[in-house]
Design a protein. Structure first.
Length: 239
């Protein structure tokens, strides 16, 4: 049954029962009810259209709607990313718009990564036992780490020579303060790695694959959730 017919049926149910309230087809009352029903049907159509562009969980939500919401919510505008993934990111942001400190636990970050469509990524605290002790990216991935500098020596196709306890360590693919990875590329974490964590594949020594078009979106998401003083080491290949 069409929306117009449903509205006319509801209008008819509002009248008392009896012979005095029988309205012949094409009569004055019937024409009046048709006009009222058409206006109410237009209101219904406008409401549905409004909900279609407000809520990203429907088939009528377009790429233009996604762009407008990304701009409103302060998300990375990613026209080259699939609409399905953009809708997930928008829905995640709508459900969790705040930055409540209690949400800055590593499990919350992992849940939000999955909610945004990064289901291949997992978060690992830099706490290892017995100890507890912390580990550097070299300790996790070994000496064959492209782009890892530790104590001034490039750890690529060879062993890393460790310096003194006060020497710092730099891992190029990290998230510290910026969405643009170039500004974080040479961030020195220092010798104390207690405020670091890892984002990797299903296992901590797995390099996960992420769409290169979602790189800035991923970094922005991590930056907005992680505690300010922490640094994330990303074991990720951008493809």
């Amino acid at each position: 049954m069409a929306v117009l017919d449903k509205i006319k049926k509801v209008i008819a149910q509002l009248y008392p029962k009896g012979r005095a309230f029988r309205f012949p087809d094409e009569g004055v009352s019937d024409k009046l009810h048709n006009v009222i029903a058409k206006h109410l049907a237009q209101v219904n159509s406008d409401a549905v259209s409004t909900l279609d562009v407000i809520l990203p969980d429907n088939a009528n939500f377009t790429a233009d709607d996604a762009t407008r919401w990304e701009e409103r919510l302060g998300l990375i505008v990613s026209p080259s990313v699939s609409l399905a993934e953009r809708k997930l990111a928008i829905e995640r942001k709508m459900n969790h718009p705040g930055t409540i400190p209690a949400r800055q636990n590593w499990e919350y970050l992992q849940d939000q990564l999955h909610a945004a469509g990064f289901t291949q990524l997992f978060v690992y605290e830099n706490i290892f036992y017995p100890g507890p002790i912390t580990k550097s990216p070299t300790d996790i991935l070994g000496a064959f780490v492209v782009g890892l500098w530790e104590h001034g020596v490039l750890a690529e196709m060879g062993a890393v020579e460790h310096g003194t306890a006060t020497s710092g360590a730099v891992y190029e693919n990290c998230v510290a303060n910026y969405v643009d990875e170039d500004f974080d590329q040479w961030f020195d974490t220092g010798a104390n790695l207690r405020n670091t964590f890892f984002v990797a594949g299903e296992y901590i020594d797995d390099l996960a694959n992420v769409d290169v078009n979602r790189k800035e979106e991923l970094r922005q998401l991590i930056l907005k959730i992680k505690p300010t003083q922490t640094v994330g080491f990303l074991f990720i290949n951008y493809i």
